[in-house]
Design a protein around this ligand. Structure first.
Ligand code: HEM
Ligand code: SF4
Length: 564
């Protein structure tokens, strides 16, 4: 994985010292809260309901065992013993004391980590998919491109005060697992027939109060122009983005207002002026970065392993876990493993304790090459496990409560922190997620229902990506009470789609029943092995609606506004 050079260290260290001074001045009253606000946001520090919240970047989701131990140390020493992994490959700590933040940033810097640009109107953490470098369907390893983008965007003075925050995701597999079409810029790297690396560039995607699927602005950008083209897009956005209206400031609104053709034309003009300049990536620079991502020393292993096959045969629970959690690897004899952070009632989705982090760091070293990944679905991933070690790994994960075999299933819920932590929330998310997880504890039922994504956000900012869940739940406030609006048919990945609102919202208490009725309707209509999302596409939302609202003139149901 990428290691900081002297330049990286100096930059991150200087930043920590600068913030230490700013915090000291805030604490002694030299800076007002208003003056301090932009300074702390630039270092990933928010003020939330109970305390400060620190968001730490995990560039393209890659962590070493030692970095994970550092996060465990921070969770234990400065928080309540756990951290919350997010959909954008960050970790959030919710109970931070201001005076301790310079110390935390110091710890992070020592482990080659930081919180720079995890907040504010700048280019945020560049994300990619959790299986980068190992996925069997990968075309090109996207991590060197993500690292190039990270170095280019970190403290790049031209783009530190954009009209609004800016999110870039990059993937290069047949299946998009980085949600690239709901990012401000989404990049897909592929190979031309002559072998050249090209990029397909999507722009103007995003969720929030105006959800939009990104549009392709360029189909075949030569890889050398990655930085200059992104720079051209950002310049056009910087020039025209609606700084006068926070709700209209994202690039998606600009692209919509100008139309993709006019927007693309202006980007093209800008790009032509800079594409042969210093931002052009040379072979040498690409090689320098890519060298950090060379494959580890894989052993030459047989495709079949007798012990593993026997264990699969003998242990139904193990085989169930393998079916959901083990992902095909590009190297024979190896597998990538999803570690579920969704155990149900015992912890909110995405929360991992310090002890669990430490055990996972150890397992990554024992069974892999010491690397851990953070997935968009808020799970963790061990990218390189020998198939022969899967049984031992499963047993070890079970001991720390992280072997729930629910990846991709209904209880693999993406949920934002909602009303329990977030001061912007209209409603709680975590208790809804946990009530649904509790209702669907029966693994046979769950596995029979198959792949269904369920995403929950506590307000229209859409941090939980509810619009692109097959089932989406949005917390809404109605006269001071919490209600939940349900959408159906959303999807992430290659066929990213926005869900449709099914009808009036429900109370919190109704939500497990609502989800059960939705699943029952699906089961009634499905043809053999037909996934949930295909049934919704085939029959539309009306049959679900009928089943949900017939005979249930519940007084708690309130007509709600429908999203645009
Ligand atoms: C309590 C802490 C949080 C606060 C205050 C917060 C705040 C916000 C705000 C204000 C937006 C809307 C921005 C806009 O559309 O202009 C937003 C969007 C978003 N947040 Fe959060 N968030 C928090 C936690 C999280 C967490 C935990 C996750 C991941 C689970 C997350 C992921 C996202 C994502 C993916 C968006 C997408 C918006 C888009 O595509 O336009 N956030 N957040
Ligand atoms: S969706 Fe709303 S409630 Fe949930 S974390 Fe984002 S801003 Fe907070």
């Amino acid at each position: 994985m990428y290691s900081y050079d002297d330049y990286d260290y100096a930059l991150v260290r200087e930043r920590v010292e600068q913030f230490r001074d700013q915090v000291a001045r805030r604490l002694n009253g030299e800076l007002t809260e208003e003056e301090f606000l932009p300074l702390r946001l630039q270092n990933g520090l928010y003020m939330q309901k109970h305390a400060y919240m620190l968001r730490v970047a995990i560039p393209y989701g890659v962590l070493s065992g030692n970095q994970l131990r550092t996060l465990a140390h921070i969770a234990r020493t400065y928080d309540k013993g756990y951290g919350h992994f997010t959909t954008r490959q960050n970790i959030q700590f919710n109970w931070i004391q201001l005076e301790q933040t310079p110390g935390i940033l110091d710890c992070l810097a020592a482990a080659q980590m930081h919180a720079i640009q995890t907040s504010g109107n700048c280019v945020r953490n560049v994300t990619t998919e959790a299986f980068a470098g190992v996925a069997a369907d990968e075309i090109i390893d996207p991590r060197p491109f993500a690292e190039l983008l990270r170095q280019w965007s970190t403290i790049n003075p031209e783009f530190l005060f954009l009209p609004r925050k800016f999110k870039i995701a990059i993937s290069s597999a047949e299946q998009d697992r980085a949600a690239i079409k709901v990012h401000d810029i989404g990049l897909h790297v592929y190979r031309a027939t002559n072998g050249e690396m090209l990029l397909r560039v999507y722009v103007g995607g995003g969720l929030g109060r105006t959800p939009i699927i990104g549009l392709a602005i360029k189909e075949d950008l030569p890889w050398r122009h990655l930085l200059s083209y992104v720079e051209a897009i950002l310049r056009v956005y910087n020039r025209h983005g609606r700084r006068d209206n926070k709700y209209k400031a994202r690039i998606k609104i600009l692209v919509k207002a100008l139309g993709i053709a006019a927007f693309a034309e202006e980007v093209q003009r800008e790009w032509q002026a800079i594409n042969a300049g210093p931002a052009e990536i040379t072979d040498q620079e690409y090689q320098r970065i890519a060298a950090a991502f060379v494959a580890p020393a894989y052993e030459f292993l047989p495709a079949q392993n007798f012990d593993y096959n026997t264990q699969l045969f003998k242990h139904a629970e193990f085989s169930r876990w393998v079916a959901r959690s083990v992902i095909a690897h590009k190297v024979t004899g190896y597998a990538a493993v999803i570690i579920s952070t969704k155990p149900g009632i015992s912890a909110p989705p995405g929360d991992v304790t310090a002890e669990q982090m430490e055990v996972i760091a150890l397992l990554a070293e024992q069974f892999g090459f010491g690397e851990v990944r953070v997935a968009h679905e808020q799970n963790l991933v061990l990218p390189d496990v020998r198939k022969a070690d899967l049984f031992a790994l499963w047993q070890a994960l079970d001991l720390i409560g992280m072997a729930t075999p629910n990846a991709g299933l209904l209880t693999d819920i993406i949920a934002c922190p909602g009303g329990d932590y977030c001061s912007l929330a209209n409603a709680k998310s975590i208790p809804i997620a946990q009530a649904i997880q509790q209702r669907f504890e029966d693994l046979d039922y769950l596995h029979d229902a198959g792949d269904v994504s369920l995403n929950i956000s506590g307000c229209m900012n859409a941090c939980g990506h509810h619009h692109i869940g097959n089932i989406g739940i949005l917390g809404v406030d109605k006269n001071g009470s919490e209600f939940y609006q349900v959408t159906l048919g959303g999807a992430q990945g290659n066929d990213s789609r926005l869900g449709k609102v099914i009808g009036p919202a429900f109370s919190a208490a109704e939500m497990p029943d609502v989800i059960e009725k939705i699943i029952t309707t699906y089961k009634d209509y499905r043809e053999v092995d037909e996934p949930f999302i295909d049934v919704v596409q085939r029959i539309g939302i009306d049959p679900f609606k009928e089943n949900l609202y017939q005979n249930s003139a519940s007084p708690q149901q309130q007509p709600m506004e429908v999203l645009p």
